[in-house]
Design a protein around this ligand. Structure first.
Ligand SMILES: Nc1ncnc2c1ncn2[C@@H]1O[C@H](COP(=O)(O)OP(=O)(O)OP(=O)(O)O)[C@@H](O)[C@H]1O
Ligand SMILES: [Mg+2]
Length: 239
């Protein structure tokens, strides 16, 4: 039987239990508009398309990823929605509000701009992998540099470091910003896993509750960009 690449792999020596802990993928960057929601919804859609049981947790009061899920067709692979930004209803605890179905294999967490301090630390403590989308412009790279420093120094990360990867978003290849981003990441030894091109495909897909992999014929370049991301995630899940 072939194994779905997203199936979580049990670490050697662990006891077989009925439900694995879902893998939690945090998408974050304090800079607004860098593509956090675009990356979160496309990762969720890609995992769901590959047969995983995915929950998308939206911590942003703008509710962009929850709205994306609300217009997603029932014909597409389903993704469980958690609008974590909403206040708890009376008689509901926070942990109940954040509950996901017991068969969930992957949780994708979309976060708001301006994430810092204790809230950032809390998110870092409760995730397995961190994806940081960065637009390769001077202003965004400066903001990303300071965000990555905050992540590395945050108690939630220092207590238990986790893999971090950067995704260059809205890339125009061979521009100065792109080269600067690559040099900066190399200096921190943080992998630069893929670069997503600037295309209306992301905008159109988002409008209809789709990821770009839900299009019947996605663009070759987009497929190869996402393949790099998929490969990186697979390696991390196998550790
Ligand atoms: N690769 C891309 N190509 C074209 N448009 C993109 C791309 N990535 C994101 N966008 C568009 O840029 C805008 C901002 O993206 P997005 O909402 O994902 O950023 P964000 O970091 O979640 O923003 P916020 O900080 O407000 O939550 C959106 O309109 C989105 O559709
Ligand atoms: Mg967003």
């Amino acid at each position: 039987m072939t194994r779905n690449i997203w199936d979580p792999i049990k670490p050697k020596g662990t006891r077989l239990v009925s439900h694995e802990q879902p893998k939690r993928i945090l998408v974050a960057n304090a800079k607004g508009g860098c593509g956090k929601t675009t990356v979160a919804i496309n990762v969720a859609a890609l995992l769901a398309k590959d047969g995983s049981h995915v929950a998308l947790i939206d911590h942003d009061p703008q509710g962009s990823s929850s709205q994306w899920l609300s217009v997603r067709s029932e014909k597409l692979p389903s993704i469980y929605s958690v609008a974590a930004f909403r206040r708890c209803e009376v008689n509901t605890t926070r942990s109940y509000q954040l509950n996901v179905p017991s068969n969930t294999t992957h949780i994708v967490i979309d976060t708001p701009a301006g994430l810092s301090g204790n809230v950032l630390s809390d998110h870092l403590r409760h995730c397995d992998l961190i994806l940081i989308p960065v637009v390769p412009s001077a202003i965004d790279i400066r903001a990303a540099t300071s965000f990555i420093k905050n992540v590395l120094l945050s108690p939630g990360f220092r207590i238990q470091p986790k893999p971090i990867a950067v995704i260059a978003n809205r890339v125009k290849p061979n521009t100065l910003g792109y080269k600067k981003l690559a040099i900066f990441l190399a200096s921190l030894n943080i992998p630069f896993i893929c670069s997503l091109r600037d295309t209306q495909h992301y905008v159109r897909a988002a409008e209809f509750g789709m990821g770009i992999h839900d299009f019947t014929s996605p663009h070759e370049k987009d497929l190869s960009d996402w393949q790099s991301l998929k490969n990186w995630l697979k390696i991390q899940f196998e550790r």
